[in-house]
Design a protein. Structure first.
Length: 458
C-alpha cells in the first residue's frame, strides 16, 4: 500500500469517527508506515498515537524524531501520556526526557508508576552521552548454579517483558556479571546441565559511565545484538541493544560531517531548526574564518613591494593558496575519518606524519611538474612571461610543491593535536585548515619568489 493510499484511508476512517475502526485500521499497518504517515499528516499525529493499541503506539512513538515526539506529548491528554510513557522502554523514555526542559520532565515523571519512575530517575542520573543513558533494565539473568531447565522456566516467565532474549546473563549472589550465554546454548543443552558448565568466561561488558562512542566501537568489534552494562564494581545494571547504538552512530556521523563543513553540530533537523539558531551555529566559525583571512591580507601586505615590482606574482596567488588548502582539506578529512573509525590514534602520529610527508612530496612534485610545463607552453604561445620565464616557472612549481607539502602536514597533524588537547578532531574543519594554509602558503610563495627572482625581476 502506497503512502498516498494509506493517507486517504486514514482520512476516511477519521471522518467516520469510530474509535474502534480507527484503532483497528492503524494496528494493521506496519510500524514504519505509520511513522511515515505521522510525518505526512502532522495535524493528525496525536490522534494516530491515541487510537492505536498502547503496545503498537509505543513501537511507533520510539522511532519518531525527538521534535515530533515532543509535539505529540503536548497534544495527548494526561492519561494517554501516562500510559504511553509507562509503556515505552526505559532507554527510549530517557532519551525523550533528557531533551525536554526540567520543568516539563518533572511533570512527566509524576505520570509514571513507582517502578518506572525509579528506573527513569536512575537512568537520568548518569552523565549525558554515557552508556548508562542508553541501557535498559529489561533483560533476563540467571545464576551460575541454575540448571538449564530452571533457565528455560525463567525465560518463559520474564522473557516477554525483556528487550531481547537472544542472550542470557549469568550473575552471582552479589549481582556481579560472570558471563553471557546465547539462548541457543540452553536450547541445545541437557535440561539437567548446570549453567556453570556452559560458561566460557569470555564476557564483554560496557561500563555505565563510559562514553557512548565506546559502546559503538564495542558493537562493531563484536558480533552482538546486545551488550551488558556494569558498574565500576562489575554489578550488572542493564543492557544496551544494537538499535540504540545505530541511533548513536547516526547522530555522531551527522555531527562530524557538520563540524567538518565549518559549523557547530545542529541539535535538530535542518528544516526544523529556527533561523536564529541556525545563525548562531554558523556565525562563530564564519567570524573565525574571516579573521583568518584578515591575517592572509596582512601577509600579502608584507610583500606588497614585491607584488608592485612583479604584478605577475599576484596572478598566481589563487592557484598557490587553493592548492595548499585542497591538500590540507584532503589530509584532514582522511585522518578525521580514520580516527572516527578507530583505525588510527594519537600514538600513530609519527607513522601518519611519515606517510603524509611522502604523499605531500609526491602530490607537490606532480603539481610542480604540471605548473612548470603549463607556464613553459603558455610562454611559447604568447611570450607572456618575458626572458625570465623559466625562473617564473620554477618559482611557481617549487612554491606549489612547498605549499602542498605544508598543507598536507597541517591537515593531518591538526586533528591529532586537537584530540591530544581534549577537543573534537572534527573541529579542525576543512575551511579552518584551508584558511590556516592560505596564510602560510603566501609566506612560502613569496619567500621562494625572493630566493629565485632576486636580481632578475625583484
Amino acid at each position: 500500500m502506497t503512502l498516498e493510499t494509506l493517507q486517504a484511508e486514514l482520512e476516511h476512517v477519521l471522518e467516520k469517527g469510530e474509535p474502534e475502526e480507527i484503532g483497528h485500521f492503524l494496528d494493521q499497518q506496519n510500524i514504519s508506515d505509520v511513522a511515515e504517515l505521522i510525518y505526512t499528516v502532522p495535524e493528525h499525529d496525536a490522534s494516530i498515537i491515541m487510537y492505536m493499541s498502547i503496545h503498537r503506539a509505543s513501537g511507533v512513538f520510539k522511532i519518531l524524531e525527538t521534535l515530533t515526539q515532543q509535539d505529540i506529548i503536548q497534544k495527548l491528554p494526561p492519561e494517554k501520556t501516562a500510559e504511553l510513557l509507562n509503556e515505552l522502554p526505559p532507554d527510549d523514555r530517557t532519551s525523550l526526557l533528557e531533551d525536554l526542559p526540567g520543568s516539563v520532565v518533572r511533570e512527566l515523571i509524576k505520570l509514571l508508576n513507582p517502578e518506572e519512575r525509579k528506573i527513569t530517575l536512575s537512568l537520568l542520573g548518569y552523565p549525558e552521552n554515557s552508556v548508562g543513558r542508553l541501557m535498559t533494565p529489561d533483560y533476563v539473568y540467571v545464576y551460575e548454579n541454575n540448571t538449564v531447565q530452571q533457565v528455560l522456566d525463567v525465560i518463559r516467565r520474564v522473557g516477554k517483558n525483556s528487550e531481547t532474549i537472544d542472550v542470557i546473563y549469568v550473575i552471582n549472589e552479589k549481582g556481579e556479571l560472570l558471563d553471557d550465554i546465547r539462548i541457543r546454548e540452553f536450547i541445545l543443552a541437557s535440561p539437567n546441565q548446570k549453567v556453570l558448565e556452559l560458561m566460557d568466561d569470555r564476557v564483554i561488558a560496557l561500563n555505565a559511565y563510559a562514553d557512548q562512542e565506546e559502546a559503538n566501537e564495542a558493537f562493531k568489534m563484536n558480533n552482538r545484538v546486545a551488550l551488558p552494562v556494569v558498574s565500576n564494581s562489575n554489578k550488572l545494571l542493564g543492557i544496551v541493544t544494537i538499535d540504540d547504538i545505530l541511533w548513536v552512530a547516526t547522530e555522531e556521523f551527522s555531527e562530524d560531517i557538520q563540524k567538518i563543513g565549518g559549523t557547530e553540530a545542529l541539535d535538530q533537523p535542518y528544516l526544523e531548526i529556527s533561523l536564529l539558531q541556525l545563525f548562531k551555529k554558523r556565525v562563530v566559525w564564519i567570524i573565525v574564518l574571516f579573521i583568518g583571512e584578515l591575517i592572509t591580507i596582512s601577509a600579502m601586505h608584507q610583500f606588497e613591494d614585491e607584488i608592485a615590482k612583479v604584478v605577475l606574482l599576484a596572478t598566481f596567488i589563487p592557484l598557490i593558496i587553493s592548492s595548499g588548502g585542497n591538500s590540507g582539506s584532503q589530509a584532514a578529512t582522511l585522518v578525521i575519518q580514520a580516527m572516527a573509525l578507530r583505525e588510527v590514534s594519537i600514538a600513530d602520529w609519527w607513522t601518519i606524519m611519515r606517510r603524509e610527508i611522502i604523499s605531500g612530496l609526491l602530490l607537490g612534485l606532480t603539481l610542480c611538474i604540471l605548473g612548470i610545463a603549463v607556464i613553459s607552453i603558455w610562454h611559447s604561445l604568447s611570450h607572456t612571461f618575458g626572458e625570465y620565464y623559466l625562473s617564473v616557472a620554477f618559482t611557481i612549481g617549487i612554491s606549489l610543491m612547498g605549499v602542498v607539502l605544508w598543507g598536507t602536514l597541517v591537515g593531518s597533524m591538526l586533528p591529532l593535536i586537537l584530540k591530544r588537547l581534549g577537543a573534537d578532531p572534527a573541529a579542525s574543519s576543512t575551511p579552518f585548515v584551508a584558511t590556516l594554509v592560505d596564510v602560510t602558503g603566501l609566506i612560502i610563495y613569496f619567500s621562494v619568489a625572493l630566493l629565485i627572482l632576486k636580481g632578475k625581476l625583484l
